[in-house]
Design a protein around this ligand. Structure first.
Ligand code: ARG
Length: 581
């Protein structure tokens, strides 16, 4: 249930009943302070202005009309117009108690399935024959959280791992792989080293460079040997990446790979089409498209090359093709790209061409969900001490080692196997959550101590809240007389219980916001607030030793429901939660 739209609907209805028509939108949002009610409507300011009416009087009229309506009064206990034209809405306790009871008995926690869209999500997308590094972490896990959220809301999602598996570097890589095989040394466990070795040979050995360039041409012509070697490189590389995905709990598999190479056959057609329709122009064997939105220093439209003089295509050409494919072949309703902010201009340019050519209609959105860099504590790009990129696999290993140390100090009595599992859950969870909980658009500082802390907006804090709830429920099972009443509707006896219930019922709002903006940090903040409210409730209200069975049941139910929302929320983020810790 999306309380926001329920309330906005009631207000629209009250406006219709008062014969007020408007093309302005009516929205509700959670109030900033309890004295402003649970939700606030601020739309009357704009509506009043547009109709030449005093906003406060308008707000008063609508507030009165709301309270005139029987159906409305079941949901809203009080509607209050305040200067300069807000309507503060106070939800009815009875309604909240009833809804929480419904949530308790609903496997989806009252989250409705949305009218399904087909959403194509481009994420992770590393380059082949290079090891995944920390830069790929963000795209991989933010993209995956977005995918899981969309799926939970009922959308059809196609994951696309748009790997960099094409380009002139493959000539040199094939030549190097061939040499390694001849030398009987093909353990490509160190891809980074392999890539560097290939580059070194290419730069220093003219014979090797010549061969490498020949292999590029042969590969593009579909030469069987080159294709086979290329396949091998892609396989080795993606098998290694899959290990990272598995350890991270990322839902990508080999079936989701659709790399740059797969659009290769489309490129000549596209360039010809753009030329024929006068969108592209050919100058000295180079094919260009001049863009309206991008101007050079002289103020003239800026040109983008889509086919080089030697006939080669570019990253931009591939992105034109892949957008076209995602709409025309996959029939996407919405296409999301989780890519580094530094590629923003590249995407905007490719999409300007896509739109002009009509390859994707305006009704289908192309969205760049960009993100900033990972920085170290000094605010510099996150690198090894030697200035190299940090391998993702090493980062994850370090996270688990650190978590292991922490957990063995905190819970020295745990059996070794459980300790190992818990370290994995906490360590990987901490790294993922630290990233997911930041607004993706800005750079963020990677800080081991902060992310592994049991206090604040961290994975361990939320995981701990879940484990504590599980422990309460286990104890309840032990001490509870079988005859306790079954809960269908809850009963709040304190403000903390009420606040907790309101938060629980806002789960769908958080999910919808994440799905719309592709910003999992909204879910993290929500879960953190929920877990904090639970801590407050737990500290203030006895649960297990409450002497009234009815109230004990209600509080237990609230605890159980909190636990389920926390777990479901963590699941949409791709995070695991332990039963005990
Ligand atoms: N392989 C690219 C990189 O590592 C990212 C590709 C993103 N997707 C796309 N459709 N351009 O930078």
């Amino acid at each position: 249930m999306d309380i926001k739209s329920v309330l906005a609907g009631l207000v629209r209805q009250a406006m219709a009943e008062s014969n007020i028509t408007t093309d302005k939108s009516v929205t509700a949002r959670p109030s900033a302070r309890p004295e402003f009610g649970d939700y606030q409507i601020d739309s009357m300011m704009a509506i009043g202005k547009s109709q030449g009416q005093n906003p406060l009087q308008l707000a008063e009229r609508i507030a009165a009309q709301l309270m005139n309506n029987k159906q409305c009064k079941e949901i809203i206990a009080r509607a209050e117009a305040v200067k300069p034209g807000f309507i503060n809405l106070f939800l009815n306790d009875g309604w909240l108690q009833y809804q929480t009871g419904l949530a308790l008995n609903d496997a989806r926690l009252l989250v409705e399935k949305q009218p399904a869209q087909h959403v194509v999500v481009d994420y992770s997308s590393p380059n082949v024959a290079k090891e995944m590094h920390v830069g790929h972490l963000r795209s991989t896990i933010i993209g995956d959280a977005s995918v899981r959220t969309l799926e939970f809301l009922g959308h059809k999602v196609t994951r696309v791992n748009h790997i960099g598996d094409w380009g002139t570097q493959f000539g040199m890589l094939i030549a190097c792989l061939e040499k390694a095989e001849n030398d009987g040394d093909i353990s490509l466990s160190d891809l980074e080293g392999f890539y560097r070795a290939a580059k070194k040979l290419y730069d220093e050995d003219p014979e090797f460079a010549l061969k490498a360039r020949r292999y590029v041409v042969k590969l593009q012509q579909g030469d069987e040997y080159c294709r086979r070697m290329w396949h091998k490189l892609v396989d080795i590389s993606m098998t290694q990446n899959q290990k990272n995905y598995d350890r991270l709990g990322v839902s990508l598999s080999s079936a989701d790979i659709r790399g740059e190479s797969s659009y290769n056959a489309m490129l000549p057609e596209i360039v010809n089409d753009l030329l024929e329709r006068g969108i592209a122009t050919e100058e000295a064997d180079t094919v260009m498209v001049y863009l309206e939105s991008y101007r050079n220093k002289q103020g003239d439209p800026m040109g983008v090359i889509i086919r080089k003089q030697d006939g080669g295509y570019l990253y931009t050409t591939t992105d034109i093709a892949c957008a076209k494919y995602r709409y025309q072949t996959l029939h996407a309703d919405r296409i999301l790209y989780y890519i580094d902010a530094r590629q923003h201009q590249h995407l905007m340019m490719a999409w300007e061409i896509v739109r002009r050519a009509g390859y994707v209609p305006p009704s289908v959105s192309l969205e760049h969900h960009k993100f900033g860099m990972m920085l170290d504590r000094e605010g510099k790009p996150f690198k090894t001490r030697e200035g190299g990129t940090i391998r993702l696999s090493e980062l994850l290993e370090e996270a688990v080692v650190r978590a292991h140390k922490l957990v063995s100090e905190k819970s020295p009595h745990l059996p070794a196997a459980e300790l190992r599992e818990l370290s994995e859950i906490i360590g990987i969870g901490a790294v993922k959550y630290a990233d997911l909980s930041k607004n993706r658009i800005t750079d963020y500082v990677f800080d081991w101590d902060l992310m592994l802390s049991f206090e604040g907006n961290t994975a361990p804090y939320i995981q701990y809240a879940c484990a504590r709830i599980s422990s309460i429920l286990r104890k309840a099972e032990l001490i509870q007389p079988q005859g306790d009443p079954v809960v269908t509707s809850l009963k709040f006896t304190s403000d903390t219980e009420r606040s907790l219930a309101v938060k629980i019922l806002q789960f769908e709002e958080a999910l919808l916001a994440v799905a719309r903006e592709g910003m999992p940090n909204i879910m993290c903040s929500y879960l953190y607030e929920l877990a904090s409210l639970f801590s407050g409730f737990y500290a203030a209200s006895p649960i297990l030793n409450h002497d009234q069975p009815q109230e004990r049941q209600s509080r237990l139910a609230l605890a159980a429901l909190t636990g389920r929302v926390l777990r479901q929320g963590m699941d949409t983020l791709g995070l695991r939660v332990p039963e005990r810790m």
